[in-house]
Design a protein around this ligand. Structure first.
Ligand code: 4NP
Length: 157
């Protein structure tokens, strides 16, 4: 039997995109009655211990989700054994994860948008230097992926 899914969402800073991916996945899993674990992390250490970007907090709040208590953290070596899936928000973070992965890694490392039929190979664009509309686009992408992931995990059960 496949283990209970546990998914780590990874972007660069862990303050814009991956907290939204985590929040969307938690919501979609709860709605589907799927027991799954979720967390998020950054490949960089710039924002360790910080709350998400206020624009991500606002975007989550628009969907009725409070992420103000999330705390930024960096990817750890033990994450590669702790999670069943580690999903990168874009290609440069995917490459960094593949470079970091220890030989005894058990997590499947992949690109988040590969979960969405028709969006395989796509990146979730970094909204950090953008505006509110870019954070809306981020939500659309990560929520689409969250929905597809939950469907995948519930179908195989
Ligand atoms: P994220 O966005 O990777 O989606 O959290 C960024 C956050 C911070 C920086 C870049 C991207 N930064 O350069 O500090």
């Amino acid at each position: 039997m496949e283990p209970r899914p546990s998914v780590l969402f990874v972007c660069l800073g862990n303050i814009c995109r991956s907290p939204l991916a985590e929040a969307a996945f938690r919501r979609r899993a709860a709605e589907a009655g799927l027991c799954a674990d979720a967390d998020s992390a950054g490949t960089a250490d710039y924002h360790v211990g910080s709350p998400p970007d206020e624009r991500s907090i606002a975007e989550a709040a628009r969907h009725g989700i409070d992420i103000a208590n999330y705390k930024g953290r960096q990817v750890l070596m033990r994450d590669f054994m702790r999670f069943t899936h580690i999903l990168a928000l874009d290609h440069s973070n995917l490459e960094n994860l593949q470079r970091l992965a220890p030989p005894d890694a058990t997590a499947r490392v992949g690109l988040l948008m590969d979960a969405v039929p028709g969006r395989e190979g796509a990146a979730v664009a970094d909204p950090y230097y953008g505006g509110e509309e870019n954070f809306r686009d981020t939500w659309e992408d990560v929520d689409m992926a969250a929905k597809a992931l939950v469907e995948r995990f519930t179908d195989r059960a």
